[in-house]
Ligand binder design. Structure first.
Ligand SMILES: NC(=O)c1ccc[n+]([C@@H]2O[C@H](COP(=O)([O-])OP(=O)(O)OC[C@H]3O[C@@H](n4cnc5c(N)ncnc54)[C@H](OP(=O)(O)O)[C@@H]3O)[C@@H](O)[C@H]2O)c1
Length: 338
């Protein structure tokens, strides 16, 4: 066998293996309702039920939607819970439903903390209440937030400020308290942040929301690189459209206004329960970033986040708003602004 033959065979084998890898990766990205690493973790990685038994989780925004589903999934894993939001009656309902799901959990295993995330003055005292009740915190899931429907050029600057206040600064303040606690206690805890696919690519008709979710990735990437030696697990969770109350509570372009609409049952959205399960798989496997969305948003996100020259030229030929509406099986939102 001459050298030329050996080199050609090795190169061909590498090419075949690489093509096979890309092919398998592409197929998974097309059939899965999450990114490829989350998909593999769900099937071959650590299971939330084994990892979270007895751990103390704090979920903000647990009175409805994804937060409520996270609480219920964690209750089934025998985790102890702190559930917070503004509506105490809804938190009490979620607590009762969690206790009904798992007879092993007792009343003291779920702490209800009703407070407004925008009231920064109670963040520290709320954190102390958690430590007093459970003696520790293992993982903070920052989920409370609001979305938006608005044309970029019409958004009042006060709406941008209000959006960042809730979706970024309130959350950063609470996470700083948690990080200081992890440092002081030596507890290698974790932080999970509910971002959005809009935190990875630019979503149309929600400029302030997209800006706020992108900002979270910057804040937490910085923290990750500052604390690599501390073993604090940071997981950015990025759902696509999920059935919840989010549209009703969404900001518009005008200060003080809400969209006051609901997702139509015909839209191609994920259920909050499936989204919560995938989020917990990502946290259990300490993934740095995880996406949860129905086809074809996952494969589209892989392509769009690469910002290639060719892709950006192709995108200029596409009506992105209509394309997004087709993907979601929804009407193209009519924004009654002008
Ligand atoms: N649904 C989606 O399509 C989707 C997609 C991507 C990302 N997300 C993200 O997922 C997270 C949860 O949204 P969701 O879809 O589950 O919507 P949701 O059902 O409207 O839940 C939002 C939660 O945030 C809480 N909240 C809102 N303002 C608050 C405040 N000032 N202080 C304390 N809690 C507050 C709400 O509780 P109270 O009203 O009782 O305070 C509620 O529990 C958000 O961060 C959202 O950006 C959602």
């Amino acid at each position: 066998m001459d050298l030329f033959y050996i080199i050609t065979s090795v190169c061909l084998s590498v090419c075949v293996i690489y093509c096979l890898y890309i092919f398998v990766w592409f197929i998974i990205a097309c059939i899965a309702d999450c990114d490829v690493v989350t998909f593999l973790s769900e099937h071959f990685g650590k299971s939330p039920a084994n990892e979270f038994n007895g751990k103390v989780f704090w979920i903000t925004g647990a009175s409805s939607g994804i937060g409520e589903a996270l609480a219920k999934n964690l209750a089934l894993c025998n985790a102890r819970l702190v559930i917070s939001a503004r509506r105490k009656d809804q938190l009490v309902r979620v607590k009762e439903e969690c206790l009904a799901l798992n007879a092993k959990l007792e009343d003291k295993d779920i702490l209800v903390l009703d407070f407004d995330m925008l009231d920064y003055s109670v963040h520290d005292s709320s954190f102390q209440k958690v430590l007093k009740h459970f003696g520790k915190l293992d993982l903070l899931i920052s989920n409370a937030g609001r979305s938006q429907r608005a044309s970029w050029q019409n958004i009042e600057i006060e709406v941008d400020r209000n959006m960042f206040d809730l979706n970024v600064f309130s959350l950063i303040n609470l996470n700083r308290i948690a990080v200081r606690y992890f440092f002081k206690s030596g507890n290698a805890g974790g932080l999970a942040i509910i971002s959005s696919i809009a935190g990875v690519i630019g979503a149309p008709d929600c400029g302030s929301y997209t800006g706020a979710k992108h900002a979270l990735h910057g804040y937490f990437e910085s923290l990750r690189n500052e604390t690599r030696d501390r073993n604090i697990a940071i997981t950015m969770l990025c759902p696509g459209p999920v059935f919840s109350d989010i549209v009703r509570e969404s900001f518009t372009s005008k200060q003080g206004e809400k969209v006051n609409d609901v997702y139509s049952s015909k839209e191609r959205n994920m259920t909050a329960n499936r989204c919560a399960h995938l989020c917990l798989v990502a946290i259990a496997n300490k993934l740095e970033e995880s996406w949860q969305a129905l086809f074809p948003l996952i494969i589209a996100t892989y392509f769009l986040r690469n910002h290639s020259f060719l892709l950006s030229k192709l995108m200029s030929l596409v009506d992105v708003k209509k394309f997004a509406a087709v993907i979601r099986g929804s009407r193209c939102y009519r924004l009654n602004e002008d």
